[in-house]
Design a protein around this ligand. Structure first.
Ligand code: HMG
Length: 450
């Protein structure tokens, strides 16, 4: 069913909060860990990782991105009907992070100003925010009192010191304004999912860092995203949202592919898997095979393990073909721009990709963007949106400038912050929310410091 414009729902604007401290991947860190810096900057694709200061947690970061979103759009608390927060860095086992966030915002907008707004936390590893966005879009479509919804992603990606996950850390928050007649992106409602019980990444109760089976997590990610892409494609084709001509595939109708970005190279691995999957049955595949040889088939190998090795090798060669490199450069590379300087922010990483496109002014009206979200454990959700005519009128967030103004910290300072041994903040909080104390009951006290 084609929706009349007034019923379109989607993302009207977004704001981003990144901590003011960062650790450089090359230099002190890479030499202390005895890693060739090129492995981090090229092999992983990371240059800098955002590090939260002693007064920051996922709730302060969420409050900061929400405050910016409200100020940018001159939204009053009474206009907000719902705040859904995607996070896997919960600050409490029972109390919703949104109640702390509302407490912080009420220090600015007045006590009780958010009383008629409900809030809930979505936990589903890195896909929590996307599932929150899907749910909130249904609410926004039905809302008949002019109110808007907010989806917030806020996380601190943390792995043990000296582990292979350490160079895929980061921190930050993204807030999305969800409403009817959005200025940025209207959602197309053909959601395709994939869910499977996996042990790729999980954090049992009480643990401060995740258990991660790194190589397996890459595999689960690709398998899930490919599965969800197929489900999305089937639905979009069946409903007529996308119509293919002879020799075309669904990816030909997408201008930008956004992936969950645990580290920038992962977006390359994932897009290579998607394009390979989409192109295999098209005439252009002949050009690929002419360049790198035939794709391995299980029946050509004496064991599945040998086939898997050959298939992985073919995948690497595919990722270097001219055809793939052109598509990657046109549709994916720019989405990793901010992540290279921030690292993984877990459930918000895919929306950092959207922020990269916006800040680089790469979005153009009527383009279709496809989101390929992934959360460990595991699930994937693939859906699309159409860039709206007013998208380019939204003021810049000056993210590159803000990233340039951050303070680089020493390895020793990073390690003390990581282990919770830094008693005072490295940068005195200024014009921001700060965690002041945690009392004897475990209740957290926050304030806005000028
Ligand atoms: P690793 O052992 O560092 O990986 O683990 P590697 O040895 O395979 O190296 C990575 C790449 O660097 C390879 O590139 C190397 O060749 C290259 P490729 O061969 O694949 O093209 N390399 C070099 N390149 C240039 N110069 C050099 C050099 N040396 C090597 N000198 C891993 C990497 C990501 C597994 C690890 O960091 C990790 O476990 N990270 C945490 C888990 C993770 O991020 N998984 C991603 C998928 S799961 C996910 O995204 C969900 C998540 O966000 C959580 C959630 O959902 O909540 C994690």
């Amino acid at each position: 069913m084609i929706q009349p414009p007034g019923d379109q729902v989607g993302v009207d604007d977004l704001s981003v909060h990144i901590p003011k401290l960062f650790l450089s991947a090359a230099g002190e860190f890479s030499s202390a860990r005895d890693i060739n810096p090129a492995k981090l900057t090229r092999g992983i694709g990371i240059e800098e990782m955002a590090v939260p200061d002693a007064h920051e947690d996922a709730a302060t970061m969420a409050a900061m991105s929400l405050l910016e979103l409200m100020k940018r759009n001159d939204i009053s608390p009474e206009e907000i009907g719902k705040i859904y927060i995607g996070t896997e860095s919960a600050v409490d086992e029972a109390k919703a992070m949104g109640t702390y966030v509302i407490g912080m915002l009420e220090k600015i907008y007045g006590e009780g100003s958010f009383q008629d707004c409900s809030t809930v936390e979505f936990k589903s590893a890195c896909i929590g925010t996307t599932l929150a966005l899907e749910s909130l879009s249904y609410w926004a479509a039905q809302e008949d009192d002019g109110r808007v919804g907010i989806v917030i992603a806020s996380d601190i990606a943390k792995y043990p010191l000296r582990s292979p996950g350490e160079y895929t850390q980061g921190a930050g928050s993204v807030s999305l304004l969800v409403k009817r007649r959005p200025r940025l992106l209207s959602l197309e409602k053909d959601f395709g999912s994939f869910t499977k019980d996996e042990n790729d990444f999980f954090r049992p109760p009480g643990a401060s860092t995740a258990v991660v089976n790194g190589k397996h997590s890459n595999f689960c990610y690709i398998n899930a995203v490919t599965g969800a892409f197929d489900a999305f494609a089937k639905r979009a084709l069946r409903k007529g949202t996308i119509r293919l001509k002879e020799g075309e595939c669904l990816a030909d109708h997408i201008s930008h592919l956004l992936f969950h970005i645990p580290y920038p190279r992962m977006a390359e691995y994932a897009s290579a898997a998607i394009f390979r999957h989409c192109w295999r049955s098209l005439p252009r595949w002949e050009e690929v095979e002419a360049e790198i040889g035939s794709e391995p088939k299980p029946s050509d190998y004496p064991s599945f393990d040998l086939f898997t090795l050959a298939d992985a090798d073919f995948g690497k060669r595919f990722a270097r073909t001219n055809l793939f490199l052109e598509e990657f450069k046109a549709k994916v590379l720019d989405t990793t721009d901010i992540s290279r300087r921030v690292g993984n922010i877990y459930t918000g990483s895919i929306y950092l990709g959207l922020a990269s496109l916006i800040e680089l002014r790469k979005l153009h009206p009527a383009e279709r963007i496809c989101f390929c979200a992934y959360g460990s454990g595991c699930s994937s959700l693939v859906f699309s949106g159409i860039v709206q005519p007013d998208a380019s009128s939204l003021p810049s967030r000056d993210l590159e400038k803000r990233l340039d103004e951050r303070k680089q910290i020493r390895l020793e300072e990073y390690e003390r912050l990581h282990e919770g041994k830094m008693e005072k903040s490295i940068l005195q909080p200024s014009e921001e929310f700060a965690l002041l104390s945690i009392d004897h009951q475990g209740y957290r006290h926050y304030d806005y410091l000028d």
